[in-house]
Design a protein around this ligand. Structure first.
Ligand SMILES: [Ca+2]
Length: 421
């Protein structure tokens, strides 16, 4: 509007000249004589859906060559919608990296997370922290190319995103944003997701030991995992958001995931297919979904939640906790651990050793559980359970991670650190 208003132009020229600023091209500008020719030299970009787009028609605007930028801003739930889309940083990032623009279509949650003021969309007017998009833009201008690599990560979601609900998408993308945000000066184009078949694996910013890294994504993780954890008979607590490495089955086709780094703590989130998870050396947690899953904890005190379907749970060394549902098979390498059902009832009872060397372990009258265990091949103890869950008498005590403390051995006469045989 200003460029076409004679009086505003004159007033601006006078004010600038009085202040000691003088520019011949600007002083030579005449609204009637020059406007059309100069407007033609302007190249104009704007983001579809942003707040001022509608005003472009209502008010005379310097248009020049008009370029509409299309990004996926369809889901701005919880943020300012069209107002947030009117962002110079967002527009600049789209212009700098078309692959980034295109990657916003991988999930409707990308732009809302980047614009979330409770996350890393710091406002220069109210915070001395760097805005995440400015962080990415500066990296793109330099050698890090975060926009390009973030886009590549979003594209790894690909069709996998079909198996992840909105809360899951939020958590995964938020953890990715956080990991990029806290990269140090040694960042050289690494990417966040390792995508193999139906699994996504990643290391969090804190899990990667990035300096000053926060875990602001924890709020998104909570919304994602709470119903999953509850469905396995546990309470969600903040400790679940602190695992170093994450292994996520992204579709119902079944995923295979082995700890990327056995020395880091692992969490595994299954899907409805037959997933195969293999843990590391530390205490890992595995939440399998439906399907016949195979969970191997490896070393450490692992927690294996079989979920629906007939699963095979292998604790490996360490005091492992098995939570069974349906007819699961448990193989434990050292006979140390605990077994309970989803309702929180410990499977326990008398042990009978049979002439063939097997143990029949059953008779917990309160839960009608049937557990059979044998000395299996390679010295493994093998338990097979078939439980009928009874509800109404569960007692759960949450610790920092929502675990039930003070597990006793399920084997009568065996203490926590006592071998089975
Ligand atoms: Ca382990």
């Amino acid at each position: 509007m200003t460029a076409r208003n004679l009086w505003t132009i004159l007033a601006t020229k006078s004010a600038l000249n009085l202040a000691g600023y003088s520019d011949s091209a600007f002083n030579g500008y005449d609204v009637l004589a020059n406007y059309t020719a100069r407007e033609a030299k302007v190249t104009n970009y704007y983001l579809e859906g942003e707040a001022l787009a509608a005003l472009r028609v209502a008010f005379p605007t310097v248009m020049g060559q008009d370029n509409l930028i299309r990004a996926n801003g369809a889901d701005m739930t919880g943020v300012g919608g069209a107002i947030d889309l009117h962002s110079q940083a967002l527009l600049t990032s789209m212009l700098m990296s078309d692959s980034f623009r295109q990657s916003t279509y991988a999930s409707t949650r990308v732009i809302p997370l980047l614009m979330d003021k409770n996350f890393y969309a710091y406002d220069a007017a109210t915070s001395d922290q760097q805005n995440v998009l400015i962080n990415f833009i500066r990296s793109e201008q330099g050698a890090g190319d975060k926009l390009t690599h973030f886009a590549a990560d979003l594209n790894k979601l690909g069709t996998n995103i079909q198996g992840l609900n909105k809360a899951a998408q939020d958590a995964l993308i938020a953890q990715g944003i956080e990991w990029y945000y806290w990269q140090g000066t040694d960042y050289a184009g690494q990417e966040f997701f390792t995508q193999t078949g139906e699994s996504l694996q990643y290391t969090t910013a804190q899990g990667d030991g990035l300096a000053n890294a926060q875990n602001k994504a924890a709020s998104y993780i909570g919304k994602w995992l709470t119903p999953i954890v509850n469905n396995h008979g546990e309470f969600y607590s903040a400790g679940f958001a602190t695992y170093d490495q994450w292994n996520v089955a992204t579709s119902s086709s079944g995923a295979t995931a082995t700890a990327l780094n056995a020395g880091k703590s692992q969490i595994y989130i299954g899907n409805s297919g037959a997933d195969t998870f293999t843990g590391g050396d530390l205490g890992d947690v595995m939440f399998a979904g439906a399907g016949s899953d195979t969970l191997s904890g490896g070393g450490g005190n692992d927690e294996l939640y079989g979920g629906a379907g007939d699963d095979t749970l292998k604790g490996g060394a360490g005091y492992d906790r098995y939570v069974i549902e349906g007819s699961d098979i448990i193989e434990d390498s050292d006979g140390i651990g605990s077994i309970r059902n989803k309702a929180g009832q410990r499977i326990a009872g008398a042990v009978e050793k049979r002439s063939d060397g097997s143990y029949v372990f059953l008779s917990d009258p309160t839960i009608s559980a049937s557990v059979q265990m044998r000395t299996g091949e390679l010295g493994k103890s093998r338990f097979k359970s078939n439980t009928q869950q009874q509800r109404g008498c569960r007692t759960r005590r949450a610790t920092a991670r929502g675990h039930v403390p003070g597990h006793a051995s399920p084997f009568p006469g065996a203490s926590r650190n006592e071998a089975l045989q």
